[in-house]
Ligand binder design. Sequence first.
Ligand code: ADP
Length: 163
Amino acid sequence: MKIGVYPGTFDPITHGHTDIIRRSLRLFDKVIVAVAAPSPSKHPLFDLTERVEMVRLVTKDLARVEVAAFDGLLVQYVKQCGAQAVIRGLRAISDFEYEFQMALLNRKLDDTIETVFLMPSEEYSYLTSSIIKEVARLEGPVTDFLHPEVATRLCQRLRRQSP
Ligand code: ADP
């Protein structure tokens, strides 16, 4: 059985992420979406439980998708899951340098695990969770980019945060 792990912050999950999940289901029998716990360099708007919940909600009709929270070294987690590959999305050249570095580092840590890069549909190729949070903060429309429930939660969260 071919298993891929798709790790990320998913703060929150966008249609760009979902596009990558759907594409990866063409290559893998099972896809584990691994939602990363906060780290010193990342301070997500939503806590881990909420991010996991939203990914579960968005992927509930995709039978071969599992969602889990993860912490620690990615390659160790991938091994623990019995998976063979890490899945990452590549939007633009600007993603490449960081992704290249991570893929080579992970290969150095465990040579048996491959990183697979998938490109989203062009309509999502400029989409990042950060940009969507910025649009929502400015009260712009985000419904084209997010699952309706995720859009509602994002607006509620930002409303609660504003003075
Ligand atoms: P991370 O903090 O690991 O970068 P993200 O949630 O921002 O977490 O992204 C997780 C993965 O999803 C990354 O590989 C990223 O490139 C990819 N991704 C995010 N948004 C998109 C998008 N719009 N299209 C394709 N891939 C995307």
